[in-house]
Design a protein around this ligand. Structure first.
Ligand code: ZN
Length: 330
């Protein structure tokens, strides 16, 4: 039978239940379940199949940007607040994830981007990559190739340890040459770039020791079997995204094409403070998200909510992101 909802009745029900609960507590001889608080969180990796390949997303930890209006510009604070409120997100702190993709093709292991390493520019929640790889049963010595979307601190920061030794001792490294030249050069980085010394020092610390193992990719180049680089510049001078393919299945690793699943999608020409060329970055974002939406290609977004896998579709003047459910069977 249909019962009309009554808030007052519901409140009475809750109070009655609470009173009943108190009475139950007083029952003599009644055992209560007890479990200590502070249990550990689930391991920070997620595994899925792509064709014949086995993919694992491993986290480097969350990266809190702070007040959204400090990082997302060319948009009013009111519009930022509205978008975040409509999407049930905090208006006080834009928190990014760092979803590192590892693809085991069977005969080759390829890892995309490496997190912040030991740099604490964004606090102490980052730098978890090596620990998470271990949780996921992946030995860094078994990684054959590390592909970087660009040379920013949160993408190349985990390449080389504080002892100057590569964290992936047997790997070859892939990046765009313009990014390598720009971020290791004191002359090229603009003086007013945010946290400039940190970006310069981390690019030098992580890229210069492995210079002889660096390979420079070009637009549309198949850099490894099943991995094709697509140039998407603007966030940095040679920022790139990667089509990953196995046995007819495709996934696009989009790196920093968009940092936020709402603020850079609903109005995709919104600009991000760390873009070296914000207008070009917006052009790349609109063009590539359009291509991915039209072709219904699944994406893995480095900075979207864990584990960052889903689809984009055209919506209004921009795009909407549809996260994919995690599937816990392989
Ligand atoms: Zn990034």
């Amino acid at each position: 039978m249909f019962k009309p909802f009554s808030a007052a009745a519901t409140r009475r029900h809750i109070f009655a239940a609470a009173a009943g609960g108190a009475a139950a507590l007083a029952l003599p001889g009644q055992g209560l379940a007890r479990m200590p608080l502070g249990q550990p969180q689930a391991p920070y990796f997620y595994r899925f199949k792509l064709g014949n390949a086995e993919c694992t997303v491993v986290s480097d930890g969350t990266l809190p940007l702070g007040k959204p209006a400090d990082s997302f510009v060319n948009i009013t604070k009111e519009e930022i607040d509205r978008q975040l409120k409509d999407n049930f997100l905090s208006a006080d702190n834009a928190v990014l994830e760092q979803n590192i993709l590892v693809v085991n093709f069977g005969d080759r292991v390829v890892l995309f981007d490496t997190g912040m390493g030991t740099d604490t520019l964004f606090g102490n929640t980052t730098g978890k990559m090596l620990a998470t790889l271990k949780q996921a049963g992946i030995d860094p010595a078994n990684v054959d190739a590390v592909v970087m979307s660009h040379a920013h601190i949160d993408h190349c920061g985990g390449l080389v340890g504080d002892d100057g030794k590569p964290n992936f001792p047997n790997a070859q490294f892939y990046i765009g040459q313009p990014d390598f030249d720009y971020w290791t050069s004191d002359e090229k980085i603009p003086q007013n770039y945010p946290a400039r010394p940190r970006f310069l020092n981390q690019a030098r610390k992580n890229l210069l020791p492995v210079r002889d193992r660096l390979h420079f990719y070009k637009d549309n180049q198949q850099i490894l079997p099943g991995v094709t680089a697509l140039s998407a510049p603007g966030h940095t001078v040679s920022h790139s995204i990667f089509m990953v393919e196995s046995n007819g299945k495709q996934l696009c690793y989009i790196g920093d094409l968009a940092h936020h699943p709402v603020l850079l999608l609903e109005k995709p020409r919104t600009q991000f403070i760390y873009d070296t060329d914000p207008a070009q970055s917006a052009e790349s974002r609109v063009r590539m998200l359009g291509m991915l939406a039209s072709n219904r290609i699944p994406i893995l977004a480095y900075h979207f909510a864990w584990p960052g896998i889903g689809h984009v579709a055209k919506a209004g003047e921009g795009f909407h992101y549809y996260p994919e459910a995690m599937v816990m069977t392989l």
